[in-house]
Design a protein around this ligand. Structure first.
Ligand SMILES: Cc1ncc(COP(=O)(O)O)c(C=O)c1O
Length: 416
């Protein structure tokens, strides 16, 4: 059979999903594994808001089972408009908002609407799926390697050499996979580069746009504040497309409601494209999300509870790793700032003659010896020998952490 299209033949599946499936198979076969690989929630630990759940049931009861409008039902776009004004201090009218079935179809549509084959797409690694979207659109990859010194975030300095002539700059904060964020000053400096680059381009030339993925935007902890380009530089509104939705901020990954915010003419193109793709959010979920998002007190109390639960897990994970580090083990972690993720280092390769001798072997060693499943940064485009990992805490049962750390410590001791 085949060959099929160049795209189908060359598409690389998600490494994260592949690793997740391997672990799921082992769990099905009876193995007990601490699985922190998938950027999702255990619904028993983190259910969706009760008010959203009942609103979905009610919407089906009321017969909302037909096609939604192509850009998303108006009450939902109005509710999103109020939500982003309150949480992100930006003004978006309903015709600057597009609804779809989660963030993915919107990211795909943004790429499709902006990037022609050969156009340059700038993104940092490690990062989530920018490599795949760039490939699917025939874009030229302009990759910025990041390091622990900047908490694996790009900076104005590292991005600058890549922006001349580029079509799209992908930013994500709080970032998947690192759980770290872009501070205000850095974001301002990046926006200034984008504005300067666009000012240089001749009238009528394609502009440099920013795909600003804030899927985890309300999930920040401690002193960390989430900033966005339009808030810090209002002129950025012409060149920014936000990706956002309920998947992570309301633990609703399977409910499938996302939104993009952007300049009205670009949103109109995305709407037209999605008409053919058909990746609308289901009608009843749109009605329910519209009704839920405007219940400000319920939303606030849900977000407080979700953030407290996630922060507690991230902090305990961080403290546990720091404790192992203080005992002389070659591990480390970056203080959690946002999202569901902790960035942790397991620099175990070549530590003992019969221990793991490559980073892929370290990943297997952690899984086999400590029953700890975490996602290597090389699954997010970083180099194959990068010792850093993503630990996702949405599935973490706090009660199991002492056992997990004791197994991890025993596995580390073996390499002394
Ligand atoms: C940074 C980021 N953006 C977008 C998405 C896509 O979200 P959705 O599940 O709504 O398609 C994800 C999902 O993991 C993500 O981590």
């Amino acid at each position: 059979m085949g060959p099929y299209s160049q795209l189908a033949e060359n598409l690389v599946g998600s490494e994260i999903v592949r690793l997740g499936n391997i672990i799921a198979d082992r769990v099905r076969n009876g193995e007990s594994i601490f699985n922190f690989t998938i950027g999702d929630f255990n619904p028993r630990l983190f259910p969706i808001p009760e008010g959203l759940k009942t609103a979905i049931e009610q919407a089906y009861e009321e017969g909302y089972t037909n096609y939604p409008s192509a850009d998303g039902i108006l009450p939902l776009r109005e509710a999103v408009s109020s939500f982003v004004q309150k949480h992100y201090h930006v003004d978006y009218a309903p015709n600057e908002i597009q609804i779809a079935s989660g963030g993915r179809p919107l990211i795909y549509s943004v790429f499709r609407s902006l990037v022609d084959p050969g156009d340059r797409v700038v993104y940092a690694v490690p990062s989530w799926n920018n490599n795949h979207y760039t490939f699917m659109n025939g874009g030229e990859h302009s990759v910025v390697e990041t390091t622990a010194e900047t908490a694996f975030m790009p900076t104005a300095g590292t991005l600058q050499p890549h922006l001349k002539g580029a079509t799209l700059l992908c930013l994500c904060t709080p970032q998947n996979p690192t759980g770290t964020t872009l501070g205000r000053t850095e974001l301002e400096a990046i926006c200034d580069l984008v504005l300067a680059e666009n000012a240089r381009r001749p009238e009528g030339a394609k502009k440099l746009h920013v795909l600003f993925d804030q899927m985890y935007g309300v999930l920040t902890y401690g002193d960390t504040v989430h900033y966005n380009p339009v808030e810090v530089r209002p002129e950025m509104k012409d060149y920014t497309v936000f990706i956002d939705g309920i998947s992570k901020c309301f633990a609703a990954t399977g409910v499938r409601v996302g939104w993009a915010l952007g300049p009205a003419p670009l949103i109109a193109k995305i709407k037209a494209l999605l008409t053919h793709i058909g990746a609308w959010a289901p009608m009843a979920e749109q009605v329910a999300t519209a009704r839920y998002l405007v219940q400000e007190a319920a939303v606030e109390s849900y977000l407080d509870c979700l953030k407290t639960g996630l922060h507690e897990r991230l902090q305990q994970m961080y403290d546990g790793i720091q404790q192992l580090k203080s005992k002389g083990h070659p591990v480390d972690a970056i203080h959690p700032q946002g999202g569901l993720y902790l960035t942790a280092k397991f620099d175990l390769s070549g530590r003992s003659a019969d221990g793991p001798q490559s980073q892929a072997a370290v990943t297997d060693y952690l899984l086999n010896e400590a029953k700890l499943a975490v996602t290597p940064f090389y699954a997010f485009g970083a180099s194959r020998n990068d010792p850093w990992y993503r630990i996702s805490v949405g599935t973490c049962d706090l009660k199991t952490l002492p056992q997990m750390f004791s197994q991890l410590e025993a596995a580390l001791e073996k390499l002394r």
